[in-house]
Design a protein around this ligand. Structure first.
Ligand SMILES: [Cu+2]
Length: 416
């Protein structure tokens, strides 16, 4: 064969077999998604309900796989063995009761075999009567809010309601009831390592049981298309030993003290004028003429500005490790890695340290405060606001000066 002929035949081969080549590439890409230790791997359950789901899907998958292989094998065999070679048409027959009965009974047995464990798993997943704590979960464009009502949770007394965002903190080995709803459109809550999905629907409350075996961070994301920044609506569940959970609760209930640092003190002023109409900081007070705190708390009113009627509570921002729909880190890469790689026994102490100045990822938060919609599209320009009945769908660009941003960051760094 000459070189030219060889090249032509190679080209022909690739052309003829392009379907196969494509299938191999597609399979490789898909299998790549099965990497070990992926943060959202539903096949590595870390809680009771996720384990139930996995224990069901595995045998069902195997049974379905065997049926698939047999049926496909028979089809292929018949296609090849009885292909048209110009032979005479075979004699047509009609009806074969024995075969028909057998081919009805076998699938029926298979379906019953799959159906019984499926139905029983569905019922056990829906069970919430054995839960010991309640957390209200509210989806909105494009972040999750968690509210802990007054209760005793895992033996820990929550004396006042706690409001936080992005990270669902829960005591390990405790059955927690999530009451899921939405403030605007339909979202869906899914932490793959802990449980299946549950839709968040405005005007409805959907229950979902959660529990984590071990301390650690379990990633998730909104799984119902909810508009512009759906892809930036993530969340983490954080498991803590009960003793650490008690410390977390105590931290969350502390009111923000008046800053001592001069820069943070100016930041508090800017926060009052620029941010507090949407964001609540518990403990922030209006000032007297002489700059001391009055006894009037500053109360936010996001319902006037935001479609969802809500914005994240920033009292304890630096006790979280992410912000803006858990999409950006408050921790720098090194500290983030240390936290995510920490053993279950070391995790709690590290998490409870919060974002210390040496661990702080300033760059992303700075960009956010400078121009939030440039970082996360939120349909919040003035023109879009006008189309939206005078409300933003997210945080607008506030056109702050560099100085104001420095001061606000100093102020936010003290929100622990
Ligand atoms: Cu969503």
């Amino acid at each position: 064969m000459s070189g030219v002929e060889q090249r032509v035949s190679t080209v022909r081969f690739v052309k003829q077999r392009s379907g196969i080549v494509l299938a191999i590439v597609a399979a490789a890409v898909m299998l790549g998604g099965c990497a070990r230790n992926a943060p959202q791997d539903t096949f590595q359950p870390a809680g009771e309900n996720a384990r139930r789901i996995n224990n069901l899907q595995l045998p069902v998958f195997i049974i379905a796989g065997v049926v698939f292989a047999i049926v496909l094998g028979m089809v292929l065999f018949i296609v090849v063995r009885y292909r048209d070679r110009g032979q005479e048409m075979p004699k047509q027959t009609h009806g074969k009761p024995a075969l028909e009965i057998v081919l009805t009974i076998i699938p029926a047995i298979i379906l019953i075999g799959v159906g019984i464990p499926t139905v029983s798993t569905v019922f056990s997943l829906a069970k919430t009567s054995d839960t010991q704590c309640v957390i209200n979960v509210t989806g909105q464009q494009w972040w999750w809010e968690y509210e802990y009502p007054v209760q005793t949770c895992g033996g820990v007394n929550i004396a006042e309601p706690i409001v936080t965002s992005g990270e669902l903190v829960l005591p390990t080995k405790v059955h927690v009831l999530l009451r899921i709803t939405s403030n605007d459109v339909i979202h869906s809550y899914w932490i793959p390592k802990l449980n299946g999905k549950r839709d968040a629907v405005p005007g409805r409350i959907h229950p979902l049981r959660m529990e984590a075996d071990q301390p650690g961070i379990y990633a998730g994301q909104c799984t119902e298309f909810c508009g512009l920044s759906h892809a930036r609506m993530r969340m983490d569940a954080v498991g803590l030993y009960t003793a650490d959970f008690a410390t977390w609760v105590a931290n969350q209930l502390q009111l923000a003290p008046k800053p001592t640092d001069a820069m943070a003190l100016r930041g508090e002023d800017t926060f009052r004028t620029q941010c507090s109409r949407c964001h609540q900081v518990n403990g922030l007070m209006e000032e007297n003429a002489d700059g001391t705190n009055s006894d009037k708390p500053v109360i936010s009113f996001p319902d006037l500005y935001v479609v969802a009627g809500n914005a994240p509570n920033l009292t304890n921002l630096m006790t979280r490790t992410t912000f803006a729909g858990a999409t950006w880190d408050l921790l720098n890469d090194q500290c983030r890695k240390a936290l995510h790689d920490a053993s279950p026994d070391k995790f709690g102490a590290l998490y409870l340290k919060g974002v210390t100045p040496d661990c702080f990822n300033e760059a992303d938060l700075r960009e956010w405060i400078r121009n939030a919609p440039a970082k996360k599209p939120m349909y919040s320009s003035e023109a879009q606001k006008a189309q939206n009945g005078g409300k933003y769908r997210g945080m607008p660009n506030l056109n702050l000066t560099d100085n104001q941003i420095d001061e606000i960051i100093a102020y936010l760094l003290e929100r622990k």
